[in-house]
Design a protein around this ligand. Structure first.
Ligand SMILES: [Zn+2]
Length: 625
């Protein structure tokens, strides 16, 4: 014990020496000769005789355990200042000598107050003890407060009150244990909880891996995770990629061996109630996952692909496609055109979007623009994502004996519906069925894969295989693409130059502030990763559209294959194209010029944008969440 104290703060060894005898004497004091010990240690002329005597009288009654109690507090204090504080001060260039002097004075004062407590009797010991503890604690806290305020001490080296390294180790151990614990509550389609396997078994490891996939996706705001063969190899070591999608952009994948991929895919298949043995057929099922009171639906889709099995975990599929028409992002002129198309109520309207471009979302929001209670609205889908109130969903099951999509379409159209949404055109027979149908009293929306309005029409003509027949009942076309929205919390503004505005086709001499992605915010004047977008700079997506009614003139152009004429006719309408709509969103500060360029692949090149990084905005509050 004397060694611990006597060793003292390495930097202030000299200062420490007087402390050793006083401390040692305290030990002697209580066992043996009080008067001698005390006068030897603290024999100072300043001490008042009276208080000294009273103090000593108190001590003369002391049993051997009393000094042990004192040591119980003194030794840890000495340990902290020599083993932690002194090193800490040395490391961050704090005034080490001064601090050692302060600690030494505090220690001396603590002992003095303890021994010289001017109270009679047994109480003296306890009051003295309390006073000693208070002084030692004040010393400990004082250093921590001053050091933590010092700019030289980085935040992660601030002093917290963990009195010994054992506590820290225990906590680290507990945290590690927590890490290796299954934390998710997973339920099968019939609401049964999937049991967590015994720890330290391969099944338990698998469970943890499956949970990690989910937790990482959630933390990164992913909408889905895909596990798929990543190369041409076969066997247990063949690479599989685990990638995710955030706001429609694929996030770089992690690669795992086929053996592990197959096991984790099997885990999800069992969980979603799918047939594990079937690795070819497309299967789909839902499970639910709860964590910290938050529940998510996970749609598990598995299908055989060349080289193995592909699995998609889609999070909250219903929520993903639920968007109100006003949230769609139609510009005003386009919303008016859309209303006119809906009001027309007959013929065929094409809804075009690229792969993963919110085709289903758009279809469902157009469905919502109809009153399903006053009109007969039906959908034909292979893979219904959302049961909308009042809308009859006809699920097409390709596995059913003799099932034909075109037959399903025909039978639905015969039932005299007012509005029918056809989610896919799997074959020419289906396209022909719709093209030749009498749509003088019914409206059919067909969802197709196309990047713009003209491409949607061209694709439709090709699908039908007959220009005249395909143009026959065409009354409108809507196309869309998704763009990522800038995170309002960290986007960085810069003035647009007149040259840029000209390139973007923005007229007027008003000053325009454009924004680029930030990803960082200033917290206490230090740049830190934006807490809202986790540094990505974008959060959420919005669609940009082309919306056109198709009239006599355009139908004639389609019939004769005059696509140049068709483009000219559509341009005459002065309705925004997808590119113009996207630029408008950049000017409005919703997205960046870089994002417009990315999704339209035309527009001004990013290099043309003067790089004015600007300072990250000093705010942490999520704006308009
Ligand atoms: Zn942000």
């Amino acid at each position: 014990m004397s060694g611990g104290v006597g060793a003292g703060p390495p930097g202030g060894r000299g200062n420490c020496i007087p402390m050793t005898p006083s401390f040692m004497n305290l030990g002697l004091l209580n066992v043996g000769s009080l008067n001698l010990g005390l006068s030897g240690a603290l024999g100072s002329p300043d001490l008042s005789g009276t208080s000294l005597v009273i103090g000593l009288q108190g001590y003369s009654l002391v049993a051997f355990w009393k000094p042990l109690i004192l040591l119980l507090f003194f030794v840890p204090w000495a340990w902290v200042i020599t083993k932690i504080y002194d090193k800490h001060a040395g490391r961050f260039f704090l005034p080490r000598r001064m601090w050692n002097l302060i600690h030494l004075s505090a220690g001396t004062a603590a002992i003095a107050v303890c021994l010289l407590m001017p109270i009679k009797g047994e109480a003296a010991f306890w009051v003295g003890l309390l006073a000693m503890i208070a002084i030692l604690a004040a010393d400990i806290v004082a250093y921590a407060v001053v050091a933590n305020k010092d700019d030289r001490v980085p935040e992660n080296f601030h002093i917290g009150f963990k009195m010994d390294s054992l506590t820290e180790k225990r906590e680290a151990k507990a945290a590690a244990k927590q890490q290796s614990k299954a934390t998710l509550l997973i339920r099968t389609p019939d609401k049964q909880i999937v049991k967590v396997p015994e720890p330290e078994t391969p099944e338990f490891e698998l469970r943890l891996f499956a949970e990690t996939i989910y937790s990482k996706a959630m933390a990164g705001r992913s909408s889905q995770v895909d596990i798929a063969p990543a190369g041409t190899g076969t066997g247990a070591e063949a690479p599989y990629s685990v990638s995710s999608q955030v706001d429609g952009v694929r996030v770089p994948a992690e690669t795992i061996p086929a053996s592990q991929a197959v096991r984790v895919m099997d885990f999800w298949k069992v969980t979603a109630g799918l047939d594990v043995a079937d690795r070819r057929k497309k299967q789909q099922g839902n499970c639910t996952i709860e964590h910290d009171g938050v529940k998510h639906v996970v749609r598990v889709t598995s299908q055989g692909v060349p080289g193995g099995v592909r699995m998609t975990l889609l999070f909250d599929p219903e929520q993903a496609v639920r968007r109100k028409p006003v949230q769609l992002g139609l510009l005003e002129a386009q919303a008016t055109e859309m209303q006119a198309i809906i009001a027309d109520g007959k013929g065929l309207v094409l809804l075009g979007a690229g792969a993963d471009q919110g085709r289903t979302t758009t279809m469902y929001s157009v469905v919502q623009m109809h009153d399903a209670y006053t009109s007969n609205v039906q959908t034909i889908e292979m893979d219904p994502q959302w049961a909308i109130d009042g809308v009859r969903a006809n699920k097409f099951d390709a596995d059913k004996e003799g099932a034909e999509y075109s037959t399903t379409v025909r039978s639905v159209l015969r039932r005299d519906p007012q509005v029918v949404f056809v989610a896919e055109i799997p074959d020419q027979a289906t396209a022909k069925e719709i093209a030749k149908a009498d749509l003088s009293r019914a409206r059919v929306f067909v969802s197709t894969r196309a990047d713009n309005a003209v491409a949607a029409i061209e694709g439709w003509v090709k699908a039908v295989g007959d220009a005249k027949m395909s143009s026959n009942n065409l009354r409108g076309v809507v196309a869309q693409r998704l763009l990522r929205k800038l995170c309002a919390n960290c986007k960085v503004g810069y003035p647009a130059t007149p040259d840029m505005l000209k390139k973007m086709g923005v007229s007027g001499d008003k000053a325009v502030t454009l924004f680029k992605k930030g990803g960082q915010v200033l917290i206490k004047n230090k740049p830190e990763v934006c807490p809202v977008c986790q540094g990505g700079g974008y959060i959420g997506q919005e669609a940009v559209f082309e919306v056109y009614q198709i009239g006599e003139e355009e139908r004639a152009q389609i019939e004769t294959g005059n696509m140049t004429g068709l483009r000219a006719s559509l341009k005459k309408r002065q309705l925004p194209t997808i590119q113009q709509a996207a630029i408008r969103k950049a000017v409005d500060g919703i997205t960046s010029v870089e994002e417009v360029t990315r999704i339209t692949a035309v527009g001004p090149a990013p290099a043309a944008v003067p790089g004015q990084p600007g300072a990250p905005r000093a705010s942490v509050a999520p704006a308009g969440s």
